[in-house]
Design a protein around this ligand. Structure first.
Ligand SMILES: [Zn+2]
Length: 548
């Protein structure tokens, strides 16, 4: 036996050496494909509108069905911002454009892992809403919901209109007299990317998005100024990056050089030259990171490559790292910046390959998924040790706390799969507390770069990985065919492996457990006879259930 084992080991080493040049699955202990599918599912938790119950999460249903009524419009749809329910356009447009970019760059991976239909459905929910906001060529409504009122409510989105009536006024309206070039640039980018992603699926809808993109871009470009913000929640620093971002995408959608020239002129006017130090990253307030990647790609101009690569080097070499190895860039919601930077590098790497970018992204994402001093995943529902108290009202689901209750000390009722939380401190510690929202909250902007980073790593390292079956999901009502394994209900008594059926495989699992008591068990499912003990009586009962 020993000799055979040795031979097998030697053969194993030889095989490893033969294939060591190939990016191997063995390089990681993380299932990127699983983290990836969950990061997309998060948007179904943030879904707003009458169709919020048509997706995979059984704990979500219609919410905020009166949005826009105060201005005589139907402005339902879009996505809740973070742990709150306001529909800020700054984060909606940023998330829509960045997710569209993720899909545009890594489309094959979305398809290979059965995520394309879910992603496209999410992207269309964003743009359906943007089309509603754009009531004529010189108007763009924005921001539905009053942040101050909203933040005094802790309860499910489904009950907010009842418990807190009139809490969702339509706040903003961009017109030639009330400019909002930041919001217009970003919203135009999202619609132009949707055209690119959707033109071969439904050209009528794609063209509608493109027409709206052009009009909204003109509104922002011809009448320049920062949008008025309400309550100081998201205050844009500049609008020129947004106009450049919109321009580079409209150029790709139309091949009309006017858009490219406009984007390049705007960057020149703001001194983005080869000497420019871009020491920030792609985020809701600054989309220069993504703009540089796309400009480098479409122009092959060294200026953009130099600035983009300088930014990457800054992140790799100069941004301070925790002792566990995580880039510590900002205190509030640090992981949104880290993951967006990973996405930016992986997208750039597709056109201008550089293994150090892939290595950086892998190192940071591996940390986030669990290779860290706490052995904890900062993506909710990924792995076994993840935040149980994310700051999210929908996931909390506790209507007894509405309108507001400070003592939110019970774990969330619902697992908000895929939510990237703000993450650990610069000393690798994490306080799993709903109230500690600078670390425990996530949002639609947080996950936007994260989805792309995971798609990119899945493309490099996860070709043979499969997403796990997420317990407790329902089939999306809009889905005509089921491309991925049918989501199964959790908590089915006796369904020990949670594959949706109770059969002899479960019986064998229980038998093995009774023989060696190894592995983790979920008592609510394993205790078949409900006597609070797992023993041979459960085995006998399960056998009877299977036979009957
Ligand atoms: Zn809602």
């Amino acid at each position: 036996m020993r000799k055979i084992a040795t031979l097998v080991t030697i053969a194993g080493i030889m095989v490893t050496q033969m294939f060591s040049a190939v990016p191997a699955m063995a390089d990681t202990n993380q299932n990127y494909a699983d983290a990836f599918q969950k990061s997309i599912l998060f948007y179904e938790a943030q879904w707003c509108g009458p169709d919020a119950g048509d997706n995979r999460l059984p704990w979500r249903s219609a919410c905020h069905t009166e949005d826009g009524k105060d201005v005589g419009l139907d402005l339902t749809g879009g996505f809740h911002d973070c742990g709150d329910h306001v529909k800020f356009q700054i984060t909606n447009q940023y998330a829509a454009a960045t997710l569209g970019w993720d899909y545009y760059e890594f489309k094959d991976t979305f398809k290979a892992k059965g995520q394309d239909q879910y992603m496209l459905h999410i992207l269309k929910h964003f743009t359906d809403y943007f089309l509603k906001l754009h009531t004529d060529r010189n108007t763009l409504y924005y921001d539905v919901g009053n942040g101050d009122i909203d933040h005094s409510y802790w309860g499910p989105p489904e009950l907010q209109d009842t418990i807190q009536p009139n809490s969702r006024p339509t706040m903003g309206k961009i017109t030639p007299n009330n400019p909002g070039s930041d919001i217009c640039g970003g919203t135009a980018a999202a619609l132009a990317i949707m055209y690119l992603n959707y033109k071969d699926i439904d050209s009528t809808y794609a063209n509608k998005c493109l027409t709206a993109a052009k009009e909204i871009y003109d509104l922002g470009n011809n009448y320049r100024g920062l949008s008025k913000q309400f309550g100081g929640y998201y205050t844009s620093s500049n609008y020129w990056d947004d106009l450049a971002w919109g321009g580079v995408w409209l150029y790709q959608a139309t091949n009309d050089k006017t858009y490219l020239t406009n984007a390049e002129t705007i960057l020149q006017q703001n001194n983005v030259s080869q000497y420019y130090a871009f020491n920030w990253t792609h985020c809701w307030d600054n989309v220069l990171g993504g703009t540089l990647v796309e400009l480098a790609k479409v122009t092959n101009d060294q200026t953009y490559k130099t600035v983009a690569e300088g930014g990457f080097r800054h992140w790799m070499n100069d941004v301070s790292k925790s002792s566990g190895g995580l880039c510590s860039f900002q205190t509030w919601g640090n992981l949104r910046y880290v993951t967006a930077e990973c996405m930016t590098m992986l997208a750039y790497n597709k056109t201008f390959p550089n293994q150090s970018y892939v290595n950086f992204a892998k190192g940071q994402i591996d940390y986030i998924l669990g290779n860290n001093p706490k052995g904890m995943s900062y993506e909710v529902g990924y792995g076994s040790n993840y935040p149980k108290f994310p700051h999210n009202r929908a996931a909390s689901g506790r209507k007894e706390f509405a309108p507001y209750n400070e003592s939110k000390k019970q774990p969330e009722l619902n697992i908000i799969y895929g939510e990237l939380v703000g993450g650990p401190s610069s000393s690798d510690s994490y306080n799993d507390d709903i109230e500690d929202y600078t670390y425990s909250e996530g949002g639609i902007d947080y996950n936007a770069g994260f989805v792309g980073a995971l798609a990119g790593l899945t493309e490099v390292y996860g070709q043979s990985q499969t997403p796990s079956v997420i317990p407790g999901l329902q089939a999306a009502k809009w889905l005509k065919t089921t491309p991925t394994p049918t989501p199964t209900p959790s908590g089915l008594l006796g369904d020990l492996n949670k594959d949706g059926v109770v059969n002899n495989t479960d019986l064998a699992l229980l038998r093995n457990y009774l023989l060696n008591h190894k592995g983790t068990i979920d008592k609510s499912i394993w205790d078949v006879n409900k006597d609070n003990k797992i023993n041979v009586l459960d085995y006998l009962k399960l056998g009877k259930i299977i036979k009957s």
